[in-house]
Design a protein around this ligand. Structure first.
Ligand SMILES: Nc1ncnc2c1ncn2[C@@H]1O[C@H](COP(=O)(O)OP(=O)(O)OP(=O)(O)O)[C@@H](O)[C@H]1O
Length: 335
């Protein structure tokens, strides 16, 4: 039993475009254990697809090494390919055949005999909810149906490791949720190791048990969504007082409770950043009450992964959004 599904050491990939070198992946060190569900999260051009394409043997590394399912991606490409499924950004399934026939041909190309390929195709049609569409011509399927068919194609040889490059890009919210459920089931019920890329923050947050944040070809954080949020950002307690004087009195008298916290003050409003806000609020409100500092509203905001990215890079991951930090307020400017 392999204890490591993926191991990379200083994995690097450069591209030369018009005599200029683009460092797409810059010395990635990554370890994925069997059964993990990992999301590579980062903005456009961060190096996620390049990483996946090296791990799936489609692209050779410029330097460094990677082993996948126990085999080196540069030396043992065939062995790696036998053990992985890869669903790239484009649509892998052909257009003029029926979905079921596509699946059977794919199974045959992996060495299954006709009966075994048919059996496996039927299993996947059932487990991915493709019964209603399996006998339709692929070109007539909706984006979501076609994406599920792509996934079935990637699973035909029952790989222990599945790579998905932006599985839900281009899908409407309903289809995105359906697809996420299928991915989760693959992981939970079949123990498939899954590595996917996404730039949807919510998708990474809800689906992955581990998030690897990539920016400019570098790994900048690697942890569970919850730990990333509490360690890098923490909760934000937003308090509004009746007057500025109340706010001042509150801060002075309750300073011991909020010592070490990051505090932003704007007039009669106070924002306090702490790792665990919900436990602090009752004590803080009691203290403020005793200090005669009247609170008119209180809100505890859990951070998002975008807050984490912003904290790590000073930029927002949300497309088209630039965030500038000023001393007293946080302002969002849509570019
Ligand atoms: N074949 C190529 N030739 C030249 N440059 C490339 C090639 N493939 C990728 N790049 C460059 O490498 C960098 C990383 O690209 P990559 O596609 O890995 O990013 P990504 O994180 O997957 O982005 P996206 O979310 O947009 O898919 C980018 O600057 C990109 O322009």
């Amino acid at each position: 039993m392999t204890t490591t599904m993926i191991h990379t050491s200083d994995l690097t990939r450069n591209f030369v475009v018009k005599k200029k070198t683009v460092e797409a992946v810059r010395g990635l060190n990554l370890e994925v254990r069997p059964g993990e569900l990992v999301a590579l999260l980062g903005p456009n051009g961060a190096g996620k697809s390049t990483t996946l394409r090296m791990l799936t043997t489609l692209l050779s590394p410029t330097s460094g090494t990677a082993s996948v399912a126990g085999f080196d991606v540069a030396r043992d490409q065939r062995e790696v390919r036998k053990r992985i499924g890869y669903i790239g950004q484009g649509n892998g399934a052909g257009h003029s055949q029926r979905g079921r026939d596509e699946l059977i041909s794919q199974g045959r190309s992996y060495g299954l005999d006709r009966a075994a390929a048919r059996r496996r195709a039927n299993e996947l049609i059932e487990s991915l909810g493709l019964e209603a569409v399996a006998d339709r011509i692929v070109s007539s399927l909706s984006g979501g149906q076609r994406r599920r068919l792509d996934i079935a194609m990637g699973l035909i040889h029952t790989p222990p490791l599945l790579f998905l490059d932006e599985p839900s890009t281009g899908l409407d919210p309903q289809n995105r949720v359906n697809l996420q459920e299928h991915i989760r089931r693959l992981h939970d019920e079949h123990g498939t190791t899954i590595v996917l890329t996404t730039h949807y923050l919510e998708e990474a947050d809800q689906l992955a048990e581990r998030i690897v944040v990539i920016d400019h070809g570098l790994l900048i954080a690697d942890d569970s969504p919850e730990r990333l949020k509490s360690e890098h950002v923490g909760d934000r307690i937003a308090l509004a007082f009746d007057t500025e004087a109340s706010a001042t009195r509150g801060v002075e008298r309750c300073v011991n409770l909020i010592a070490g916290a990051r505090i932003e003050r704007q007039g009669a409003e106070l924002t306090i950043r702490v790792p665990e806000g919900t436990h602090l609020v009752p004590k803080l409100l009691r203290c403020l009450d005793e200090a005669d500092a009247t609170v008119i509203s209180v809100e505890v905001k859990r951070p998002t992964l975008d807050d984490v990215f912003l904290e790590l890079t000073g930029r927002s991951l949300r497309e088209g959004t630039v965030t500038t930090d000023t001393t007293s307020t946080e302002q969002e400017v849509v570019a």
